[in-house]
Design a binder for this molecule. Sequence first.
Ligand code: NAI
Length: 286
Amino acid sequence: KGKRAFIAGVADDNGYGWAIAKSLAAAGAQILVGTWVPALNIFETSLRRGKFDESRLLPDGSLMEITKVYPLDAVFDNPDDVPEDIKTNKRYAGSSNWTVQEVAESVKHDFGSIDILVHSLANGPEVSKPLLETSRKGYLAALSASSYSYISLLKHFLPLMNPGSSSISLTYIASERIIPGYGGGMSSAKAALESDTKVLAFEAGRKHKIRVNTISAGPLRSRAAKAIGFIDTMIEYSMANAPLQKELSADEVGNTAAFLASPLASAITGAVIYVDNGLNAMGVGV
Ligand code: NAI
């Protein structure tokens, strides 16, 4: 029987979430996605109008089907958390049931269970500020959207996850090495995410036989990365310095996610898997 995946953090066809969806679909999984509420309208419209059809093409010649798109804002766990200004915001008022708990309930109601949970989202309002200039509010917002969002997703989806299920997030090497420009507490958020991967692997593994891993991905020109502002420099740096001197394609990360979600990876949990052309292994630029 085919597996069912829920991928949080897909709002266009340029990011890692989309590529992971494609690799999982190519391997036969049914695809459900969670899309950030403010981006929902344009994503669904583009999907409907065929704007992504070229990027939906799978290796067997068929087009990836997204069975259902759920509105999601992963910084809110349940309706009690949502402040008035968001509730009444035009971009949110048109959708409902988009807090983490409600999305998990909706998926349970619609499909009963899932086998694969992917967290491919991050947000740091002060990402362009150095850590020393980051406000408390900006720092906590980065951790809330980029790290706690994963704990919350896993916690609320656990009851729907079949034993043997796999959960994957996306991280970046700025968590462990100095990457000037990855500011606003985003480096801290990725460090928390990687540490949490270990503890969550223990807790979800012992209790539910669920594996928890994170992919430390190299630079990709996604919408989120373009907003940070130094993505072209990072891609050039990797091309110049990594053991493999080629541009990283999102599909290479997608394929690793498909491997991690498969029985081929049945003994891998609590791991940070580098998919970066080997750049993490370098000690100096050459
Ligand atoms: P992306 O723009 O495709 O994905 C980020 C998604 O997060 C967007 O769809 C956005 O709408 C969503 N999002 C933001 N706040 C949200 C919230 N509160 N609730 C729900 N969704 C929310 O960009 P990308 O780069 O593919 O990012 C995916 C993951 O990959 C992130 O965790 C990112 O940190 C990670 N990553 C990206 C790298 C890159 O060079 N692009 C390198 C290493 C890791």
